[in-house]
Design a protein around this ligand. Sequence first.
Ligand code: SAM
Length: 279
Amino acid sequence: MAGTLYLVPTPIGNLGDLSPRAAETLAAVDFIAAEDTRVSIKILNHLGLKKPMVSYYRHNTETSGPQILQRLLAGEDCALVTDAGTPAISDPGEELVALCVEAGVMVVSLPGPCALVTALAASGLPTGRFTFEGFLAMNKKNRREHLDSLRGETRTMVFYEAPHKLVATLSDLAETFGTDRRVALCRELTKLHEEVIRTTLGQALERYREQPPPRGEFVLVVEGAAPVEDAPALTLEQAVERVCILYQEQNLPMKDAARQVAAETGFQKKELYRLAVQR
Ligand code: SAM
């Protein structure tokens, strides 16, 4: 009989968040598949466990995945762990789970630490409907397409980000959603210097633009757009005026200002741009 793949969440900063069930599972399985064995060994040491480990990370999923599957099919139980948080959530695991499901191997997902849920719950923004966007692409074109697809999104949006890319991401978010859009910047969650800053995209950008990159990892929880019926309808003239304000007072390039107001109002970007440069 085939074994079981257990998805075992590990702490995102506070060892106390490792659940008793996670510890029991790590103790009970035949082997552990780890994103980085040097990171996971610390958890095993903390629990006083010795367990065979194999490495399963983003760049070896194609070779390591089938090997893990073979062992599962041969009857061994495996726990999948990543460096922090819930496996398969912006972490290696998604493909292994798909492989196991396809092969009829049982997958058991343990609930536990996950940065996105922790941040969303603390954000103070609506949690009833939300969308998880993970990391924005580095590639400019893909990043722009991703952000453009979210322009009219009314659900709360959750993004992951590394500290050295924070300012660039805040800048792109402000350009896409407007500087007044509310955001919760959740940093170092569950750690000693945990911080949740609830502000607007414009203020967040001002705050971080001038200083060296902040330390720690971030989750950005961004308010969704106001439903169209709630948004005040602007005349074309008012919309052009808003383009000029964004250009003059917030230093947005005219094209970007026109794009933002077009998204907000439904007027054509080209038309807004043309009228704004004539002023
Ligand atoms: N699988 C993990 C989970 O369940 O949250 C996510 C892994 S993803 C590779 C790493 C990203 O999660 C970081 O760049 C950051 O955006 C977020 N993250 C992880 N730990 C965090 C923490 N303690 N505080 C804030 N964000 C965190």
